[in-house]
Design a protein around this ligand. Structure first.
Ligand code: GLN
Length: 540
């Protein structure tokens, strides 16, 4: 039977609950157990797909095309277990389901209430689809005490009661701040947070205490007494130089053994952290350093490009190099002379994006990379804008643009309905809903043999994850090819462009998909590994 580990947070948000959950998943896996990680988000949006990256960070897309919370990205990167539609739920989805059932008459005239109807729906989500899984780790978003989190806390409290004690474990992550004026760490916020948790009926089994300073024995003792846990169950979680060091540090501090002990597993399987040691070693001892520019719109909030940042780090691991990312706001690139920041860069990347703001600046950056033969990597919007750049400046297609940016007769990028009138495959038009109407999730692609992409993937069959509304307009394909753009990756039916390259350029690749979503620290995505390598060669 599957065991359930619930991870809640207190005191403050952004303490790294997602990383702690992912690291615990990795540790259990390293002891030979199978794991699954789930995220329960107490906000009312149905999914994060329509939320601004400024508010919520990146939208992580799963193989099956679900738009999810960015924590699922951490889960996948740490455990290499692909998530699915069953692994992220929001209050919006729960209420949708309950109301749907009420309209159908499923509740037989009963009064529909938070307890038991909403909580039952949450419990269903937690316990379903776990066949063959040893541990299901469920992270509750937000912090204890949030009004919208209450039904979720109530649901896991009930599960704690319904399942045998050896099948559940409650972990609470808190902050133990260092107060400089007093010169000491403070345990009071943790005490209060646990008090709050206990007032809604949950006694934590293990406390994970984030702190920038060492927490000494007397403070651990204090936390243990006031929070009603054993001293061994108070786990120190210090700040780390790289998130990939967390599994080992947490293991050294007894995290996983204590979690297992709380579920009566006293002799856990032997741990093997070899692959993690290798990753950390490579990050901590780089043999080279390179500067890569990421030209985007949301550069003020790094969480907006979480998977991308990680994938670049992975590309660095593959080459024993440290990748210094320089975030460049595309809105400040106004003309061709304005390229000072890009001049010293070894590689230029334009990531995914939406809308016209900053698009012209990105096109100028692409133009700069193309002309100066700087390795260029365009991802999704970054690929579409590369096609526009080539169309305008090489093929001289007047006013070439994307219909997302401006309505022109020369929409080299557009909605498929604009040129494939009868095509039923992806019927999105300007009136489509915003949520869930994109080409989402994993799609196959065919690579042209002998191309750079072929050399990189070492295969002609690929499967990559998508999240976009617009496509390359194949009516312009011939004209663009004539001027040096190579269509080296297409959908198997030949209608959708997946990869473009450029003739006479050392490394210029645009991909319609998001390779960063599939990159792992111990298995860097080949496109990122190759881009970093090409950038290193460019530097020499
Ligand atoms: N805005 C573009 C589209 O919808 C690209 C999306 C993206 O970069 N994820 O097609």
């Amino acid at each position: 039977m599957t065991r359930y580990i619930f991870i809640t947070g207190g005191v403050a948000s952004s303490l790294g609950k997602g990383i702690a959950s992912a690291a615990l998943g990795a540790l259990l896996q390293s002891r030979g157990y199978s794991v699954k990680l789930r995220k329960l988000d107490p906000y009312l949006n149905v999914d994060p797909g329509t939320m601004s990256p400024y508010q919520h960070g990146e939208v992580f897309v799963t193989e099956d095309g679900t738009e999810t919370d960015l924590d699922l990205g951490h889960y996948e990167r740490f455990t290499d277990v692909n998530s699915s539609v069953q692994d992220n739920i929001t209050t919006g989805q729960i209420y949708n389901k309950v109301i749907e059932r009420e309209r159908r008459g499923d509740y037989l005239g009963g009064t529909v209430q938070i307890i038991p109807h909403v909580t039952d729906q949450i419990k269903d989500f937690i316990v379903n689809n776990n066949k063959g899984v040893d541990f299901c780790l469920c992270e509750i978003g937000g912090t204890v005490g949030d009004i919208e989190g209450l039904p979720f806390f109530e649901a896991i409290r009930q599960l704690g009661n319904e399942l045998p004690t050896s099948k559940t474990c409650f972990i609470h992550l808190t902050l133990v701040p260092y107060i400089a004026a007093a010169g000491e760490v403070k345990t009071k916020p943790t005490q209060h947070s646990v008090k709050e948790l206990r007032s809604i009926g949950i006694q934590p089994d293990v406390l994970v205490c984030r702190s920038e300073r060492d927490i000494d024995r007397s403070d651990i003792k204090k936390i243990a007494i006031f929070c009603n846990v054993s001293e061994d169950s108070v786990i120190q979680a210090p700040d780390v130089s790289t998130i990939y060091a967390t599994p080992k540090i947490y293991m050294n501090n007894g995290f996983d053994t204590q979690v297992l002990k709380s579920m009566n597993i006293k002799k856990p399987g032997k741990i093997n952290l070899r692959k993690w040691n290798k990753v950390v070693n490579s990050i901590n001892n780089p043999k080279a350093e390179i500067d890569i520019a990421v030209v985007g719109k949301y550069v003020g909030l790094k969480d907006a490009y979480k998977s991308l940042t990680e994938a670049l780090t992975h590309g660095g691991i593959a080459n024993d190099a440290k990748v210094n990312i320089h975030w460049i706001d595309s809105e400040i690139i106004k003309n061709k002379k304005n390229m000072n920041k890009l001049k010293s860069m070894s590689g230029i990347l334009v990531p995914g994006g939406f809308g016209k703001r900053g698009a012209e600046g990105k096109i100028l950056a692409i133009n700069f990379a193309r002309i100066n033969k700087i390795p260029y990597f365009g991802i999704c919007f970054g690929m579409q804008l590369a096609v526009i750049e080539v169309a305008r400046n090489m093929a001289k297609i007047k006013n070439a643009n994307s219909s997302e940016i401006s309505k022109t007769k020369n929409s080299v990028i557009g909605l498929m309905t604009e040129w494939e009138k009868d095509h039923k495959k992806f019927v999105r038009d300007n009136d489509s809903d915003y949520g869930g109407t994109m080409r989402l999730g994993s799609y196959p692609g065919l690579i042209k043999s002998g191309s750079l992409a072929h050399k990189i993937y070492k295969s002609i069959n690929i499967k990559e994850r998508h999240r976009h509304r617009y496509e390359v307009n194949t009516n312009f394909k011939k004209e663009l090819e004539k001027h040096g753009l190579k269509f080296t990756g297409m959908s198997p039916d030949g209608l959708l462009t997946e990869i473009v390259e450029l003739k006479n350029h050392p490394w210029f690749i645009g991909v319609q998909f998001h390779p960063e979503l599939k990159s792992r620290p111990f298995n860097p995505h080949p496109l990122f590994a190759s881009f970093v390598k090409a950038s290193m060669n460019n530097k020499n």
